[in-house]
Each structure stands twice: as C-alpha cells, then as structure tokens.
Design a protein. Structure first.
Length: 106
C-alpha cells in the first residue's frame, strides 16, 4: 500500500510539473487560470495522499484551508479576467466607431 501511495504522489507531482508548463506557456489568461486551478487541486490531492500515508489527521485541516484559499483565489482571478475582457471589448468598439465616423466624414 505504501508503494502505491508513493507512486501516486510521484505521478501527481509529474502532472503538477506539466500544468506548470501549461501555466507559463498558455496563450490566453484562461488557459493559465485553468492550469493554476488544476495545480491547486493536484496539490490538494497530494496533501490527502500524505494524510493517508502518514495517518496525521491535522493535515486535513490544512487541506481544507488550502481548498478555501484556492477557491477564493480562482474566483477573484476569474472576475479580474472577465472585467479586463469587458474593458478591452468596449475600447475596441469605441475605436471602431471612431474609425467609422472618420470614414463617413471623408
């Protein structure tokens, strides 16, 4: 059982490394946000496996706090990204309308 849990922890660590790569190379903010959220979830899985492996119950409290912080962080970052996208859409629409007015005058 111990070997299986250790192997699972190593596998999850490899997945975290892959998601770190996606977070750095992601072409859009949403790709990066999903990658960071998945890293957080995989980190939480690592803590749960560590709880089972070491039989230390206090780690569950840490895992719950970590999950709450992760949820709040993802929510805040999502709102920031949505607002940024809305602002850029409004700016593009304003620029486009100004360009159309300039063409009508010419």
């Amino acid at each position: 059982m111990r070997t299986f849990l250790t192997g699972a922890m190593i596998f999850i660590a490899v997945l975290i490394a892959v998601m770190l790569l996606r977070a750095f190379l992601g072409p859009r903010y949403t790709d990066r946000l999903v990658a960071v959220n998945l890293i957080s979830t995989l980190g939480l899985c690592e803590v749960f496996l560590l709880v089972v492996l070491t039989r230390e119950s206090f780690l569950l409290d840490i895992a719950l706090i970590y999950a709450l912080v992760s949820f709040v962080t993802t929510t805040v970052l999502s709102r920031i990204i949505v607002r940024r996208e809305e602002r850029s859409r409004r700016q593009r629409a304003a620029t486009k309308s100004l360009e159309e007015e300039g063409e009508d005058e010419a």
